[in-house]
Design a protein around this ligand. Sequence first.
Ligand code: ADP
Length: 504
Amino acid sequence: SIALISLVDADRQWFKSRLGVDLAETPRDVAFCAHAILEPGAVMVVEDARQDARFSDNPLVRNAPHAQFYAGAPIVTNDGFALGTVCVIDRQPRQLSPDQRKSLKALADLVGTLMEHEKLSQEAAERNSAQAREQADIVSAMVNNALDLKSFVDTQYTYRAVNKAYSDYWQRDRKDIEGKTLTELLGKASFETLVKPYMDRAFAGETVHFETPFTFPGKGERHMEVSYLPALSRQGHILGVVVRAHDIQQRVEREKKLRETVAMLEHKTLEQERFIHIVSHDLREPINTINNFVSLLSGDNEPGLSSSGKRFLGFVAAGGERMKTLLDDLLEFLRLERHAVDKRSIDLAHLVAEVRDDLSASLASTGGRVEFGHLPMAYGDPSLLRIALQNLVSNGLKFRTEGIAPVVMISASIEADQLKIAIRDNGIGMADDQTDRIFEMFQRLHTRAAYAGTGLGLSITRRIAELHDGRITVTSAPAKGSCFTLALPVPSRNTEEKDGHEFL
Ligand code: ADP
């Protein structure tokens, strides 16, 4: 008359399912089942409890439900643990046939299997919901920890969700925005002109990108790059629009500055071009006139001049010549800025030989020499490097020690990824603290009376080194000669291949 599925824990048995009793549980020490589970593989049968020493005093036997017969089959897990029993109880003594025992055992096994199954599906459900929770946390972190403003707007133009950046920009609580319509937050005019036309296209399924200035409370006008991405349901219905807005104010300001700078540079370049034009034409013309007439006067007409007249004419001639060299050097310097650097592989020995030949007059008049041995290939703009070498070699010959024939030696070596060209002379040298100054425009260490020159040669040379991403340095000491080093980067293999030149 009683049937139970009873689960036994440390202190009690608890009826997971019951028939014929109202009790929900009993203490473990009165439980028949507590005995039955001690032998997980067997069915325990107590035919008459009153005759059984283990149970005759049991309150469940003496009092309600007045159990006399008990048969229990343990519920055993896959791991072999007996959790409780499926049991049948009667208020009168009974016996079980072997088939009935088997049936009871089969029932208990079925309960065991169902419980295992339940446990597995519960674990799976827990795992799934933990995964879902984690997934939700990740998605919300992605949305909320973004610098971009993000919101979801449904087809009624109502905010359904906004991220932190969005609410921060509007200086409103998220809860204060979610549920509101776009008109309520942005105002009718902004909504109608800045938002609705684009958003309607997104509702029609188009992904829309655009840039627009937008005024936010407290932040003022900011340029925003906005994307409207249509959000579709699994069935393909439009659910709303994901709005992503990126603040590009800084970029817009930088671009504006850049445009202004470019305009200013273009203006300056034009001015410079005009300046160079004036210098090279308008200034050259009067200088040429002076020089031409001076040479006329100093030719056949000179005898007609008084001795002081001749002396004065000498000054005019020298001044005119100096002005011409100065103008040439100045123009050379200015033109460097407009010169497109055309780098290629250069036979350095060939270039140095050309420079030496150009200076043959000066070599002949001083009895000087230009010496060089094997020189590697160089990589640079041939016409610029020629000017640089010409300046350095001619300085080596010019700043010579009285009474000693000038010798300029040129050598080159490759160190790390640099080609170092050394131009060494046996001339007057200079003090250590002067070696920086000489590369500045118009800086000279001597009077023109002592050594002719404009003070522009080394600044031109330094600019040429810079145009090659290189450097020029000097080591020198008075009366010990000077050594100028022109360091040029050696091109990487890639550059060479790209340029189609072979270096070294
Ligand atoms: P310039 O040769 O027309 O004077 P540079 O710019 O070529 O102008 O040189 C600047 C100054 O540096 C020279 O006036 C001279 O004082 C010094 N200098 C340049 N080269 C040498 C050298 N090889 N030996 C000694 N002094 C030099």
